[in-house]
Design a protein around this ligand. Structure first.
Ligand SMILES: Nc1ncnc2c1ncn2[C@@H]1O[C@H](COP(=O)(O)OP(=O)(O)OP(=O)(O)O)[C@@H](O)[C@H]1O
Ligand SMILES: [Mg+2]
Length: 383
C-alpha cells in the first residue's frame, strides 16, 4: 500500500491543557516525524491521552497550535482532520460482520465499490478467513486488528492509538506489538502510540517521548533513552537503574572520579549532566545487566580499571535466561544485578560476600538534587 497521503510531520507548538486550576499538559513542543512510529510513554495521569486528544481534535488546547505538515489544524473539527484514532475499548459494531465493520468508513462516505479496499485491509491484518465472522467470534487480538483496519481504511495521515493493547493478556500483547509494528512499516503512515508500558514503547517505537506530570521529560530513540537517561525519572521508569549517591573528587579529565561508600568509582564526563561535571554531589547510575558479580574470594581476579563495589547478596531469583541478584553494599542498598546463565557460580547465594564490578564506560551521572526514587514502579502501579 503506497497510496497514502504524504502529509508531513505532526508538530505541536506550545500546546497545553488546563482544567480549571489543574494543568494536565504544560506547554509542549513536539515534532512527530512523518512515517515514524512514535510513542508517548508515562504513568497514569501524566497527560498522554489529553495530548493525543488534542492531536485528534477531540480536546481543545488551552494554548498552542497543532500542525499537520504546514497546515494549522488547531481549529478543525476531528472529522476534518486526516487523523484516525484507535482506543483501548475498540468497540466494533457487534451486529456487523468483520467485512462490514472494516467497510464502515467507506460506506459512510458513500464509496460504492469497497471490495478491493476491504480485501486489502483484511490481508494487511491477516484476517481474510474471518470476513464473515461477527466480532464476538474473534479473539481479543483479532478484534484489535479489525479496529486498526477499520481506522486505516480511511487513509489517515496519522493513526493515533490510545493503549490499544491494554485489554490483552501479556503474551497476546507481545504478539500484537510486533504485528502493529509490521502494519505500520507496511503502510508507512505516522503512528502515535500511547502506552504506560515501557517495554511496549521500546519494542515498537522509533522515538519515545517520556512524559511525567504533564511534561515531556526526555525524547529519543529507545536505546538512546535507555543508555543515556538525563533524569532519575527516566532512569527508573525505563527499565531498572542502580543509582548510587556519590561525591565528585576529581574533575577535568575525560573521566570523573567520585567516592561512594568509601570506595572510588570513575565515569565518563560526557555521560554526566552539566551540573555534575563541576563537582559536588552526584547520582552515579549503572544498569543491572552491565554489572558482573564475583565471589569475594575471587576479587583478585577482577581486571584492572573496572569500577568495584563490595557487598552481600540478600536475594537471588533464577528466571531462566538470567539470575537476578539483590546486593546490599556500603555504596547503596538493594543494588540490582542481572547475570546471564552461562556458567553459574553456585557460591553466589544469599549471604555471600561479593564484589560488583563493571566497565566505567557503562556508568552515567545524574544531578543529585533530584528525587532518587522518581519513576520507580511501586507494587500498586504494576499491571
Ligand atoms: N475533563 C477533565 N477534567 C478535569 N481533569 C481532567 C479531565 N481529563 C483529564 N483530566 C486530568 O488530566 C490529567 C491527565 O489525564 P490523561 O487522561 O491525559 O492521563 P493519561 O496519561 O492518559 O493517563 P492514563 O494512563 O491513566 O490513561 C489527569 O490527572 C486527569 O485526571
Ligand atoms: Mg490515557
Amino acid at each position: 500500500m503506497t497510496d497514502t497521503n504524504t502529509g508531513g510531520d505532526v508538530r505541536l507548538t506550545g500546546i497545553s491543557k488546563t482544567y480549571g486550576s489543574f494543568t494536565a499538559v504544560h506547554p509542549l513542543d513536539l515534532t512527530v516525524p512523518q512515517g515514524s512510529f512514535f510513542a508517548l510513554l508515562g504513568a497514569s495521569g501524566c497527560g498522554k491521552t489529553t495530548t493525543l486528544r488534542m492531536i485528534a481534535g477531540l480536546e481543545e488546547p488551552t494554548t498552542g497550535t497543532v500542525f499537520l505538515g504546514d497546515k494549522d489544524v488547531t481549529d478543525l473539527p476531528p472529522y476534518k482532520r486526516p487523523v484516525n484514532t484507535v482506543f483501548q475499548s475498540y468497540a466494533l459494531f457487534p451486529h456487523l460482520d468483520i467485512y462490514e465493520n472494516i467497510a464502515f468508513g467507506l460506506r459512510r462516505r458513500g464509496v460504492k465499490s469497497v471490495k478491493k479496499q476491504v480485501g486489502d485491509m483484511l490481508d494487511l491484518v491477516q484476517l481474510g478467513d474471518k470476513a464473515k465472522h461477527k466480532p464476538h467470534q474473534l479473539s481479543g487480538g483479532q478484534q484489535q486488528r479489525v479496529a486498526v483496519a477499520r481506522a486505516l481504511i480511511n487513509h489517515p495521515q496519522v493513526l493515533l492509538l490510545d493503549e490499544p493493547l491494554g485489554a490483552l493478556d501479556l503474551k497476546l500483547r507481545r504478539q500484537m506489538q510486533l504485528e502493529l509494528k509490521r502494519i505500520q512499516t507496511e503502510v508507512g503512515i505516522t503512528f502515535v502510540h500511547v502506552t504506560h508500558d515501557q517495554e511496549e514503547a521500546m519494542t515498537m517505537a522509533d522515538q519515545v517521548a517520556v512524559m511525567n506530570g504533564g511534561r515531556v521529560e526526555q525524547l529519543g530513540a529507545p536505546a538512546d533513552l535507555y543508555e543515556n537517561p538525563r533524569t532519575t525519572f527516566v532512569a527508573n521508569f525505563l527499565g531498572t537503574s542502580n543509582l548510587i549517591e556519590a561525591e565528585v573528587v576529581e574533575t577535568g579529565g575525560t573521566d570523573l572520579v567520585v567516592t561512594a561508600g568509601g570506595g572510588k568509582l570513575s565515569l565518563p564526563a560526557d555521560r554526566c549532566s552539566a551540573a555534575v561535571r563541576t563537582g559536588g554531589k552526584v547520582l552515579v547510575g549503572v544498569r543491572p545487566e552491565k554489572i558482573s558479580l564475583a565471589h569475594a574470594d575471587d576479587a583478585g581476579k577482577i581486571a584492572e580499571g573496572r569500577n568495584r563495589v563490595t557487598g552481600r547478596i540478600v536475594d537471588s531469583s533464577f528466571i531462566g535466561v538470567s539470575t537476578q541478584y539483590v546486593v546490599n553494599s556500603p555504596a547503596g542498598a538493594e543494588l540490582q544485578v542481572y547475570e546471564q546463565n552461562i556458567e553459574r557460580d553456585t557460591r553466589l547465594a544469599p549471604g555471600a560476600e561479593v564484589v560488583l564490578h563493571w566497565n566505567p564506560a557503562h556508568t552515567f551521572g545524574l544531578d543529585a538534587t533530584q528525587d532518587i526514587d522518581a519513576g520507580v514502579e511501586t507494587v500498586e502501579d504494576a499491571s
